[in-house]
Ligand binder design. Structure first.
Ligand code: NAD
Length: 340
């Protein structure tokens, strides 16, 4: 079922200067494609793509996807949207606009170009799930008016639009439901649980857990998630999805904190604060569909992925370093949000 295109394509990556987007741009350039990275730098940075700027097949365009975009491409990955609760709750109306108006604009572009388009959706569409593990046919349990709704419902509405453009306009749309992903280039101060724990452990600060720490999560290393997204885009047969992309290994947040502490060889204490509102108790993808249709499954184990991520933060958090990551970390003192 999987194929890689034999000739170079023009690929648009929205949110390409973010954590996942920058890895995706790199991966597509390595495969020989022309990459147009579009970003408004809301949470992404030029630093994330600094290594790509000189590449002859890479182009960076500052643009907000809530406004129409007129470019010529063959494929579209729509990743633009703040992903950490701290960032998406900062301006919730803009978050919903990015998901909904952004989807409309990019689907309109795809329709004009008859381009294939992949949406980066999220496990948050399952909300606090009543079914475990989550399969794609589970409709979810989401509070539509809670503080997280701007993200969860925005992404759900984007999925609706992708499904309707497929039905109504015959567009080749594909939806990936991405579960917690971690790795180099996460922002140290965005409140996501993996980066938060690593940064705190490296700095000797307490590892702060929201709730009792028994809530479970699955953590997928970034290269595995990128492989899954590319496999979904290049699947030779129409593959509308939604398809879960994540690592089915399930760990409690407390286990994660202990592993990070051990790998960093840190003596940081673990402290607990009240749980965040609407925090799901369990999260684990069922990836049977991705295994069957895309012949994809994650390959990087948690300890290996954490070690690579710790190496990255060790390099970027050296005192006096000028990277945005290092600067942000020096002002960060936050509780880890287990929703990643
Ligand atoms: N990282 C994860 O664990 C995870 C899990 C599920 C889904 N996702 C989805 O994957 C995508 C990428 O997530 P990420 O972790 O890389 O987050 P990120 O915040 O690092 O990247 C998002 C990028 O989108 C850009 N952006 C935001 N609003 C924009 C707008 N209106 N116009 C143009 N660009 C805009 C940001 O500047 C940033 O570069 C998001 O859509 C997110 O919902 C990520």
């Amino acid at each position: 079922m999987r194929t890689e295109p034999s000739q170079p394509l023009r690929v648009l990556v929205t949110g390409g200067a973010g954590f996942l987007g920058s890895h995706l741009c790199e991966r597509l350039l390595d495969a020989g494609h022309d990459v147009l990275c579009v970003d408004n730098f809301y949470t992404g940075t030029r630093a994330n793509v600094a290594g790509l700027l000189a590449h002859p097949s890479f182009e960076l365009l500052r643009h907000d996807i809530t406004f129409p975009l007129y470019v010529e491409v063959d494929r579209i990955f729509n990743l633009a949207c703040p992903a950490s609760p701290r960032h998406y709750q900062f301006d919730p109306v803009q978050t919903t606009k990015t998901s909904v108006h952004g989807a409309i604009n990019l689907l309109g572009l795809a329709k004009r170009l008859r381009a294939r388009i992949v949406q980066a959706s999220t496990s948050e569409v399952y909300g606090d799930p009543a079914q475990h593990p989550q399969t794609e046919d589970y409709w979810g349990h989401v509070n539509p008016i809670g503080p997280r709704a701007c993200y969860d419902e925005g992404k759900r509405c984007a999925e609706t639009l992708f499904a309707d453009y497929r039905r109504q306009h015959g567009l080749d749309t594909r939806i990936a439901r991405i579960f917690n992903t971690y790795g180099p280039r996460m922002q140290p101060a965005d409140g996501r649980v993996v980066s938060n724990f690593i940064v705190a452990a490296l700095r000797g600060d307490p590892l702060t857990i929201q709730g009792d720490g028994w809530q479970t999560r699955s953590f997928c290393y970034v290269t595995d998630t990128i492989d899954g997204l590319v496999a979904l885009m290049e699947a030779s047969e129409p593959c509308p999805g939604p398809i879960n992309i994540g690592n089915p290994g399930e760990f409690t947040v407390l286990e994660l904190a202990e592993r990070v502490r051990k790998l960093v060889k840190s003596r940081s204490p673990i402290v607990f604060v009240p749980a965040a509102r609407d925090d799901p108790r369990q999260r684990r993808p069922d990836i049977s569909l991705a295994s069957r249709l895309l012949e994809w499954s994650p390959r990087v184990g948690l300890d290996e992925g954490l070690s690579r991520t710790i190496d990255y933060f060790r390099r970027t958090l050296v005192p006096g370093a000028k990277t945005p990551a290092a600067k942000a970390a020096t002002t960060a003192s936050v509780a880890a949000d287990p929703r990643g």
